[in-house]
Design a protein around this ligand. Structure first.
Ligand code: FEO
Length: 394
């Protein structure tokens, strides 16, 4: 495979993984993913920025050889996670004179996760530079987008910024340059939801930093290269904003239809009041869709049946996932139905409590919803309307 040139002797040397169906064993992938690696040929030295996921190491090194890469001086590790750093030991065997360039935090990760020898590592900090002759690599530490060890690498003379996982997408391609589309946007959003949303505040900061840098292109470590940096930066500006949309998320699990009836009623009544809703069947839904909706939702009403004396375990799982993804939602409540007794919402409230949401009075019913239940749901609707008005969404 001949490497595609991005600009002035900067080449894409990564690989597509079209078969991969799930990432982090958590969120399904709709389009596989790519593990991006960049070859930078300076007049005197050669650098590789980020490497390869271990199962693809042989193909990766074979491609480097076929493209005439017989010498590598620097391997830049922007991040220690193994989908990008996993091939470093093999590269060091193939190119024994190469040094690994990374930050102090990532150094520790490379040594403990991959046994990279300490003497092979050069530690850099923000604004440090290394020269490749007619090209200069400049480093910018960007902790917590998404690991504490993350950094960006600027190829200075070409004004190309390698942002590692930040601004990426689980997406595959033939041509490395992004072609904006609904599918690419959705993949980037799904990726942001799973990987970056817990670090929303840091993401917001780095979006502004990169906007101010006015780089020519963004080269992430998954998904296509952005020739138009504003395409992905504008999407991130929306996703990282402090206030969600006029949207209530309604994830639910319903064993005999009563909880679903309550969710349907809420959805209809909220819509009548001008509030958008998104129902999500926890059992059959795609977790990535829910994660994406958590980027936008301002209120979450979690619906659950009771199993034995507590909430359905599937609803507990969703509450936990929401609590770790740290969405920007401000308000929450619960609805549900039980058969013979127990505590329906206590565990859910405890888990979601980590998000410090303003909790609206929940509604539960024994068996099927009654006239009284619908009155209580009407009160919940009024409370949600008031809350959305209070933050300027209505
Ligand atoms: Fe794509 Fe955090 O690794």
């Amino acid at each position: 495979m001949k490497f595609q040139e991005i600009k002035n002797n900067v080449f894409y040397c990564g690989l597509n993984d079209t078969e991969r169906q799930i990432f982090d064993e958590l969120i399904p992938l709709e389009h596989g993913t790519s593990y991006n690696s960049y070859l930078v040929k300076g007049s005197e030295k050669i650098a590789i920025i980020d490497t390869m996921y271990p199962p693809f190491t042989s193909e990766y090194i074979k491609n480097l050889k076929e493209n005439g890469v017989n010498k590598v001086d620097y391997i830049i590790a922007n991040h220690g996670e193994q989908d990008h750093s996993g091939s470093i030991p093999a590269l060091l065997e193939e190119y024994p004179d190469a040094k690994v360039v990374t930050n102090a935090t990532c150094k520790g990760n490379l040594m403990s996760m991959l046994f990279v020898p300490e003497e092979k590592i050069i530690v850099v900090k923000t604004d440090d530079e290394i020269s490749l002759g007619n090209k200069t690599l400049k480093f910018i530490l960007a902790p917590n987008v998404h690991w504490p060890d993350t950094m960006f690498t600027l190829i200075k003379e070409d004004n190309l910024l390698c942002t590692c996982d930040f601004l990426g997408a689980h997406y595959t391609f033939e041509d490395v340059f992004a072609v904006p589309s609904e599918e690419l946007e959705k993949s980037a959003k799904r990726y942001y939801a799973e990987i970056m949303m817990p670090f929303r505040v840091m993401c917001k900061k780095y979006v502004q930093l990169i906007k101010d840098m006015k780089v020519d292109m963004i080269l992430p470590s998954h998904g296509p290269v952005h020739k138009d940096p504003n395409y992905i930066l504008d999407l991130y500006t929306d996703w990282t904003s402090d206030l969600g949309k006029n949207l209530v998320l309604l994830p639910y699990v319903s064993m005999y239809g009563s909880t679903e009836e309550m969710i349907d009623y809420l959805s209809n009544e909220l819509n009548k009041k001008g509030i958008n809703t998104l129902k999500y069947d926890i059992i059959t839904g795609d977790l990535g869709d829910l994660a994406m909706s958590l980027i936008d939702g301002t209120t979450i009403v979690l619906g659950t049946s009771m199993v034995l004396a507590g909430p359905h375990p599937a609803s507990v799982n969703i509450a936990y996932i929401a609590s770790v993804l740290k969405p920007k939602a401000k308000f929450a409540s619960f609805v549900g139905s039980y058969g013979w007794g127990g505590k329906l919402f206590d565990i859910l409230g405890e888990i979601l409590g980590k998000l410090r949401l303003d909790v609206i009075e929940p509604v539960q019913v024994k068996g099927k919803p009654t006239e009284e239940t619908f009155k209580q749901l009407d009160t919940m609707v009024e409370s949600i309307v008031e809350r959305h008005k209070s933050v300027g969404l209505l």
